[in-house]
Ligand binder design. Structure first.
Ligand SMILES: Nc1ncnc2c1ncn2[C@@H]1O[C@H](COP(=O)(O)OP(=O)(O)OP(=O)(O)O)[C@@H](O)[C@H]1O
Ligand SMILES: [Mg+2]
Length: 233
């Protein structure tokens, strides 16, 4: 579904954080990217989504190069991104937050309504709170709003950066369950960047470990049942 080849990416000229990272996400699977703080996990997602331009390497979506593709075009091609920093509009209602996700087709009221209904079917809890200011919801439900907002554009591939950072364990559990449902019930492809190694390994199909801006290990999740291997980061 998505392939990154030999990516060199940085924030400053001649200073690459990623130094030749290669990566493949298979359709309908959860691929997780693990690694210590500052190793470049978020940088990898930003490069895939076009927020950072690699100085070399390429990113292919279903075999086609997507480097330099504008965000709305990526969205139209079924890619979406949930960044590490929570992006909820706290003073707006849950429903208004969800509607924000429909900006690429904001004039198509019928489609917005349909997508809202789909989200309320997926997440009945959001329906109950649709008129509440999103800032009043629990941290876990706020993440649910963010996921719901992303789903407004019918993504086939979702990039998720540390979706449970700062959440209590029980709420984190709910967020991971949502990702599993999106894979199992809706066939979505998910790239999950996470520091919650144990949790990520519970739901992932394939694992990458980065070290110092390079690939360190990769393999099907079964090879990581020996947790120590993943913890050598
Ligand atoms: N906007 C930025 N400008 C300059 N340097 C940055 C910027 N964002 C990140 N960096 C640097 O790039 C490196 C990799 O950062 P990145 O955010 O990709 O790490 P990460 O693996 O996602 O870490 P974490 O697990 O803490 O989220 C770090 O050294 C960081 O200081
Ligand atoms: Mg990060």
């Amino acid at each position: 579904m998505l392939e990154a080849r030999d990516l060199y990416v940085g924030y400053y000229k001649d200073l690459n954080i990623l130094q030749g990272v290669s990566f493949t996400a298979q359709k309908g699977k959860i691929t997780t990217v693990l690694g210590a703080n500052g190793v470049g996990k978020s940088t990898l997602l930003k490069a895939i989504y076009g927020f950072l331009r690699p100085s070399s390497g390429e990113v292919l979506l279903e075999g086609k190069n997507i480097m330099g593709t504008p965000t709305y075009e990526l969205i139209n091609r079924g890619v979406s991104y949930i960044p590490q920093q929570p992006g909820i509009f706290r003073w707006m209602s849950v429903e208004e937050n969800l509607e924000m996700g429909a900006w690429p087709f904001k004039r198509d009221k019928a489609r917005i309504k349909r997508k809202l209904e789909e989200n309320y079917e997926r997440f009945p809890l959001l329906k109950d709170r649709r008129k509440s200011p999103a800032g009043e919801l629990s941290g876990g439900m706020q993440r649910m709003v963010e996921v719901g907002r992303t789903l407004m554009t019918d993504p086939k591939l979702i990039l998720v950066d540390e979706p449970t950072a700062g959440l209590a364990k029980l709420l984190s559990q709910e967020v991971y369950e949502i990702l599993v449902r999106l894979r199992d019930e809706e066939g979505m492809t998910i790239i999950l960047v996470d520091q919650e190694i144990r949790q990520a390994l519970k739901i992932a199909d394939y694992v990458y470990v980065l070290e110092l801006g390079r690939n360190k290990f990769e393999g099907p999740v079964e090879e990581f049942t020996d947790l120590k291997k993943a913890l050598w980061v």
